[in-house]
Design a protein around this ligand. Structure first.
Ligand code: AP5
Ligand code: MG
Length: 193
């Protein structure tokens, strides 16, 4: 039983930690940003619809994202355990995911919130932007992503805290230190079999 969600602002380390945790626990790492960037690169209908929102640092419409994720999890061989990165990102997505999870007996076990101060988030993303070529890693788009996170995604912290499955982790320090903090924090909520 390992159904976890990484809920954190841009640059907090969702991708970095998500990859490690998924590998350690033998579950798929489903990052909606990565899936959407693949759609953009392949020029699919979803990619065409998503691109302008992503380039501006805004959100791709809820219905498109919810169907992309539920299709990924519920395909022919349904995925029982998973690490989600970057979804849900709005209350509508969280409610959609909860309804889906209740129907399929696959609600989240734990939500990992990575806490990193804003100046460090901007520093990390500007630095990555110089090397990665990600179209949304420019300073003005980074600021908008942070604003969109505060407006739309931060309210989910309370939503999951009320359900008793939120774990807050200090996201500053080395990547290894943060991974160890996460492992300790989630241990009471998950198991690997
Ligand atoms: P997404 O790809 O999810 O981007 P994001 O949330 O902006 O976050 P990032 O991927 O930039 O950061 P991260 O937290 O993964 O950090 P990382 O590990 O890379 O989404 C992109 C766009 O897609 C959205 O803006 C939206 O348009 C759309 N989208 C996606 N999901 C959606 C949804 N559900 N609904 C609607 N729209 C959606 O680390 C960042 C940098 O810091 C890296 O260079 C890394 O090496 C470095 N780093 C990591 N850890 C540390 C550390 N401990 N110390 C120092 N540096 C570190
Ligand atoms: Mg990421």
């Amino acid at each position: 039983m390992f159904r976890a969600l990484l809920l954190a602002p841009p640059g907090a380390g969702k991708g970095t930690q998500g990859e490690r945790l998924a590998e350690r626990h033998g579950v798929p790492h489903l990052a909606t940003g990565d899936l959407l960037r693949e759609h953009v690169a392949n020029g699919t209908d979803l990619g065409v619809a998503a691109k302008e929102h992503m380039d501006a640092g805004g959100l791709v419409p809820d219905d498109l994202v919810i169907s992309m994720v539920t299709e990924a999890l519920g395909g022919r061989t349904p995925i029982q355990n998973f690490l989600l990165d970057g979804f849900p990102r709005t209350l509508a997505q969280a409610k959609g995911a909860y309804e889906w999870g209740r129907k399929k007996n696959r609600t989240f076990d734990v939500v990992i919130m990575l806490d990193v101060p804003e100046d460090e988030l901007v520093r990390r993303l500007v630095e990555r932007g110089q090397a990665s070529g990600r179209s949304d890693d420019t300073e003005d788009v980074i600021r908008n992503r942070l604003h969109v996170y505060e407006e739309n995604t931060a309210p989910l912290i309370e939503f999951y805290d009320e359900r008793g499955i939120l774990v807050r982790i200090d996201g500053l320090g080395t990547v290894d230190e943060v991974t160890e903090r996460i492992e300790k924090g989630i241990a009471p909520f998950v198991s690997d079999d």
